[in-house]
Ligand binder design. Structure first.
Ligand SMILES: *Cc1c(COP(=O)(O)O)cnc(C)c1O
Length: 340
């Protein structure tokens, strides 16, 4: 199928697309008689060394890095960053090196938090990892890292946290078309995509992508990242406008940006009881593994909103599974009942 994204010759193929769209009948039954139809879009199955949503963004980012002649990708994230792990894998696939500057920013003291999950996969994938302790200025670390690459005659390409700039967000504008067309093929109308939002590129891309499909799904983000939700929504809208501009689409309006509050808990990366309940419920009804930092909290939000009757019964919800399952291994005590 030809589409406008074929006009971006710099797209470097990394993802197994399209990802599956499956109905969650057992979860729906578990949530009671008034629950609308539920689907799940399996972007945990994008296929790149554990999968996840960053893979779609990286197709465009790595493409740009190659076009610029870079030999080393530099990116950043939390210690258990799914983005950093997928970037390390994408660099391998493209024959590039990767330096991950990881922030020790989540005050979680789980036994495996600093050694397992994504952190372990970063090592196995052969990335150069620099951990920035709390209190150290990240800017100094970046300067040192970039300087080191230059000194050895290399050329770096910097990807911001989460791959969330207008280039990365192209991946989710393309994904919006994929989702809208899968739903249309099933004859499902009045749909809403629900997903975890953090650095914002996923939501910005989806919202920009609405410009391609007039009657396509609404986009409903759930904030799992920032305490200042309003500023975050403003930033995501700006990114959506920039992404739409890249695609020659009209700028999305503020009313297209829905960012639900109340499900992050104390702060980013810290477990909540709702997250644990959601991870276990979805595993035990649908055999789908969510993650502790993003999709578990987003699913907890969707379930809570459903229980409170916040969605119309004749609407169909599509939960976008953005990946992150390696993170489960970094948070084992939450699921073994052995925390605290
Ligand atoms: C990064 C990430 C998100 C959030 O996507 P953004 O584009 O950063 O908002 C959601 N889920 C998982 C598993 C992620 O790794």
């Amino acid at each position: 199928m030809a589409d406008i994204f074929d006009d971006f010759p710099r797209r470097f193929p990394l993802a197994h697309l399209p990802t599956p769209l499956a109905e969650m009948k057992h979860l729906r039954a578990a949530l009671g008689p008034h629950c609308p139809r539920l689907f799940i879009k399996r972007d945990d199955c994008t296929g790149l060394a554990g999968g996840g949503n960053k893979t779609r963004k990286l197709e465009f980012l790595i493409g740009e890095a190659l076009a610029q002649g870079a030999d080393t990708i530099v990116t950043t994230g939390a210690l258990q960053s799914n983005h950093a792990r997928q970037t390390a894998a994408a660099a391998v696939a493209a024959g590039l090196r990767a330096t991950l500057v990881l922030m020790d920013m989540v005050p979680y003291d789980g036994r495996r938090y600093r050694s397992s999950g994504n952190r372990l996969l970063d090592e196995i994938l052969g990335a150069d990892v620099v951990v920035v302790p709390t209190g150290e200025n990240p800017a100094d670390v970046f300067k040192r890292v970039m300087g080191g690459i230059e000194t050895r005659g290399g050329k770096s390409y910097f990807i911001p946290a989460g791959g969330s700039n207008a280039t990365g967000s192209l991946g989710y504008a393309a994904a919006y078309i994929e989702i809208a067309d899968q739903l249309a093929a099933l004859g499902v109308a009045r749909t809403r995509i629900v997903h975890a939002s953090s650095s914002g590129g996923t939501q910005a891309g989806l919202v920009a992508g609405q410009g391609f499909r007039e009657k396509g799904p609404a986009v409903h983000g759930i904030n799992v990242y920032r305490a200042d939700g309003e500023a975050m929504a403003g930033d995501i809208l700006k990114l959506a406008v920039a992404t739409a501009a890249k695609l020659g689409l009209p700028p999305p309006g503020a009313d297209s940006l829905i960012l639900e509050e109340g499900y992050m808990g104390a702060r980013y990366g810290m477990p909540t009881p709702g997250m644990v309940e959601a991870v276990e419920l979805v595993a035990r009804t649908e055999a789908v593994l969510l993650d502790p930092v993003y999709t578990g909290k987003a699913m907890a939000g969707m379930i809570d909103l459903l229980r409170r009757g916040k969605f119309a019964e004749d609407e169909t919800l599509v939960f976008l599974h953005t990946g992150g399952t390696p993170g489960l291994f970094a948070y084992e005590e939450e699921f073994l009942g052995t925390s605290n």
